[in-house]
Design a protein around this ligand. Structure first.
Ligand code: ZN
Ligand code: ZN
Length: 499
């Protein structure tokens, strides 16, 4: 199969994908509450011949391929919208007040459905399995961990994972693809909430009250010393209080003051984040006590930094250059390897299996797409939908083909020595086992269980003319048939042997 064929087939889906995207855009839903979106996606997948299964609170998984042995690659689309009122001038605007697909997840869902259709058409050529993940609740960093806790990476076990995010309002032509090629590509994010409690009173009598606003202001300033005096120069750790609230009226001292903010680091182990949290808690408590107040510090909605596997990242860039030519760019080369600020909950997956992230330009600022994701006026250009479907499809097909197991035909084998020689050659192994044939039989029996490492063919031919004196070959064949044909009578499997 050629990349041009995939692009052409994807282009033929453009109208369909656009209709799907507009439908989803009109019906934005947030978090895990995907009452419209999830059944919609399920129905589309079923129409294509998939048997999607539930995963976690509101996720869906569908499998393509699996007809040939091989590895499994996971492709992710998120489905949730944002709790913001749409102000974009589009004729398929949100019909739900206060909610909007402002991050482009409607684009992602449509593109992965397009990939699902292309992969179904090429199912016989997939060298392994493609696991399609439709994920809820990305914006609150809960959908990915929820699906992980509910078996996302099992049955079949996932060997590599990829995600694609659209970006708008960028000075870059539509369809330019940035592939992150290794290392930390996005910072972690964790929310904090500090509640400072004092004692309310009349504004004319501060001596009878305990003012929580003053204490909270001192806490806010004292926290800055963590960044200024406690982090090493080469450590990335920033935190920002983005919301500070207290009181209702000008002449009353309130009972409490509250601060909400986020902590971000690029430390995969999050030791920096843990240190910041420990010191935030100590400083808030200490300063509050000095001001006769109490402080309560809570942390929640942690999302780790995104870690891109260097091998997978480099391979993905190569496949994308095959597909898109010079429109495929190395994100690390553009950024000098510096992590971006925005966080993404697919990072939970990136800490479990090799992962790559890609960003597709879907709205050139020069062509009127002036706003970025999360802005109420953001617009995304539908024109890239079919390209997104092709990107997912080509990445999966190419990675699986490149990691397909070699095939070994054992049909002509006459003796255990011959099988040994064949395996040595195919797996480039040294002269192993020193003719300890029992150990050899165990090793081959182990390989039989791992079709993703080596694919055997010709067992029946070998069984039909098995030398009667080869106990080792018999042992290997018995193991093979026990696994692959447990219902067949032993005599049927090994006609040449007394079994
Ligand atoms: Zn977002
Ligand atoms: Zn997003």
């Amino acid at each position: 199969m050629l990349p041009q064929e995939i692009l052409t087939e994807a282009a033929a889906l453009q109208d369909e994908l656009q209709a799907i995207r507009h439908d989803l855009h009109r019906h934005p839903e947030t978090g895990f509450d995907l009452a419209y979106t999830k059944p919609y996606v399920r129905q589309k997948l079923e129409e294509m011949g998939y048997a999607p299964v539930d995963c976690g609170k509101a996720g869906l998984i569908a499998l393509a391929g699996g007809k040939r042995p091989g590895r499994t690659i996971l492709l992710r689309a998120d489905m949730d919208a944002l709790p913001i009122a749409e102000e974009a001038q589009v004729d398929f605007a949100s019909l739900t007040p206060g909610k909007m697909h402002g991050c482009g997840h409607d684009m992602h869902t449509a593109m992965l459905l397009g990939a699902a259709r292309l992969l179904k058409a090429h199912e016989g050529e997939i060298e392994g399995t493609v696991k399609l993940e439709f994920q809820p609740a990305e914006e609150i960093f809960q959908g990915s961990p929820d699906m992980l806790a509910n078996g996302l990476l099992e049955n079949p076990k996932v060997d590599a994972a990829a995600m694609l995010h659209v970006i708008a309002g960028v000075p870059m032509p539509n369809g330019m693809l940035q592939v992150a090629t290794g290392g930390v590509s996005a910072a972690s994010c964790e929310q904090y909430h500090i509640t400072v409690r004092g004692k309310g009173g009349h504004g004319a009598s501060p001596h009878l009250a305990v003012d929580p606003i003053t204490a909270a202001a001192h806490i806010h300033l004292a926290l800055q010393e963590i960044s200024a005096r406690e982090l090493e120069g080469n450590e990335f750790g920033i935190f920002t209080t983005g919301r500070f609230a207290a009181g209702e009226v000008s002449n009353v001292i309130p009972d409490k003051a509250e601060m909400w903010g986020t902590i971000r680091t690029t430390d995969p182990g999050n030791a920096v984040g843990e240190r910041i949290k420990k010191r935030m808690t100590e400083i808030a408590n200490g300063v509050a006590a000095a001001m006769r107040c109490t402080a309560e510090v809570e942390f929640y909605d942690y999302c780790p930094c995104m870690y891109v596997d260097p091998d997978l990242g480099a391979a993905a860039l190569g496949y994308m250059k095959e597909l898109l030519g010079p429109a495929a760019l190395d994100l690390n080369a553009l950024t000098g390897g510096k992590a971006g600020g925005g966080s993404e909950d697919f990072s939970f997956v990136s800490h479990r299996v090799p992962t790559v992230t890609m960003f597709l330009a879907a709205g050139n600022a020069d062509n009127g797409y002036r706003y970025a994701q999360h802005h109420p006026k953001v617009m995304f250009d539908d024109a890239v939908l079919s390209q997104g479907a092709a990107i997912h499809t080509w990445l999966a097909l190419r990675w699986l083909a490149a990691h397909a197991a070699p095939t070994l035909d054992v049909g002509g084998v006459q003796s255990v020595q011959e099988l040994h020689a064949l395996l040595k050659e195919k797996l480039a192994l040294p002269d192993f086992y020193g003719h300890n044939w029992d150990a050899f039989a165990d090793a081959v029996s182990g390989l039989v269980q791992l079709p993703e490492k080596l694919r055997f063919t010709g067992w029946d031919k070998l069984a039909a003319r098995l030398p009667k004196d080869s106990a080792v070959l018999k042992k290997i064949l018995t193991e093979h048939y026990t696994r692959t044909a447990p219902d067949r009578a032993p005599g049927d499997c090994l006609p040449g042997m007394d079994v």
